[in-house]
Design a protein around this ligand. Structure first.
Ligand code: OSB
Ligand code: MG
Length: 354
């Protein structure tokens, strides 16, 4: 079944967060994103969301830069094309360097459209089986807010909580929080804030009881991550370091990590991500799906990814209401008893509401 990409449209979205999201990297108070709509000849629509931030604090891409690339570089490559398979989109984009978030937004919209043409939920179209998907939330901010925020998350039903850490974090206090909630799986995310020359700064966090520690060192600090992995009992998980299958292979070859965070925006879309899932399955590397303060279009794609049987660890899946007063999809995404039911409608299964 071939799909003609007859038209491509973009919508700018901008919303304040319910609460400022404060990490060592950035204070985010407002989120901008670009929604991509691809249309086939019959006017059926596929949706993607570009997850680049307003400024380049997490990856090098930005809202304005990614829009430029989507408009002037990627649209001419995709518009009017007759695609036999959704992987054709990534192939058409392959001569463009970098710009994974821009590519992913458009490529993911194409996957949604193919699933809709087949009349299948996207999660089934990609081979997913797990519904509901377990929910997971991130708790950031200063240490005096931490205890209360963790308590609130548990009361909302979350069974997996990610805490942001940095060298300034009191590891002994986190150890107490983790010990007080034996039924909860706690992850720690450092966003590369530790110095690769000072393993001793990180070691106190090895005693805190985290299920994993995410990205203690910078994106390119493979040797430091290898050192941490060799000297710690807590599994080391890489987020910012992973831009492609090649990076996952490097992690494996250099024994620089145990676990990979999958983010389709950072990886350029479904095609590259599915290659990584296959490699990790063969190499027995565990995976989970990460979030980036996303709106519902992106989250719906992420939920479909998390439904794959190879993905065993709980990802960043919070309720639409966690970050937003109102999300951009209908219905919104809801956490019930610590889980999210996947939509059974074709494609991502949510309507765009902007
Ligand atoms: O490092 O995982 C990260 C948000 C923006 C950019 C990077 C990260 C994050 C988060 C938020 O941790 C997770 C979420 O959206 O639920
Ligand atoms: Mg992270």
């Amino acid at each position: 079944m071939a799909v003609r990409i007859a038209d491509i449209k973009f919508h700018k979205v901008e919303k304040p967060l319910n609460q400022p999201f404060v990490t060592v990297l950035q204070k985010v108070e407002e989120r901008e994103a670009t929604v991509v709509v691809v249309q086939d000849a019959e006017g059926q629509e596929g949706y993607g969301e570009c997850v680049a931030f307003s400024t380049p604090w997490y990856t090098a891409e930005t809202v304005v830069g990614s829009r430029f690339v989507m408009d002037t570089v990627l649209t001419p490559l995709l518009k009017g094309q007759l695609l036999d398979h959704p992987t054709d989109a990534a192939r058409l984009f392959s001569k463009v360097k970098g710009n994974q978030m821009a590519k992913a937004a458009m490529e993911m919209a194409v996957w949604d459209l193919f699933a809709k043409q087949k009349g299948m939920p996207l999660y089934e179209y990609v081979g997913g089986v797990q519904s509901p998907v377990p929910a997971g939330v991130v708790v950031a901010g200063s240490s005096d807010q931490l205890v209360g925020n963790v308590k609130a998350a548990i009361e909302s039903g979350y069974r997996r909580i990610k805490l942001k850490i940095s060298p300034a974090t009191d590891a002994a206090m986190l150890k107490k929080i983790v010990a007080a909630h034996a039924e909860i799986s706690f992850y720690a995310d450092a966003n590369g804030s530790f110095s690769g020359l000072a393993l001793e700064e990180l070691l106190p966090f090895d005693e805190a009881g985290f299920a994993l520690i995410e990205q203690p060192y910078g994106e390119q600090e493979w040797a430091a991550h290898r050192m941490a992995r060799a000297n710690m009992k807590t599994p080391i998980c890489l987020d910012e370091s992973i831009h492609s299958l090649e990076d996952v292979q490097r992690m494996a070859n250099q024994q620089a990590g145990d676990i990979v965070v999958l983010k389709m925006g950072r990886l350029g879309g479904w095609a590259e991500t599915l290659k990584i899932v296959e490699f990790c399955k063969q190499s027995q590397i565990e995976m989970w799906v990460g979030g980036m303060i996303e709106f519902g279009i992106s989250k719906a794609h992420n939920l479909a990814l998390a439904s794959l049987p190879e993905i065993k660890l709980t990802g960043d899946f919070s309720d639409s209401g966690h970050f937003w007063q109102t999300d951009i999809i209908s219905p919104e995404i809801h956490v019930e008893h610590g889980e999210i039911n996947l939509s059974e409608y074709p494609g991502i299964g949510y309507k765009l509401k902007i």
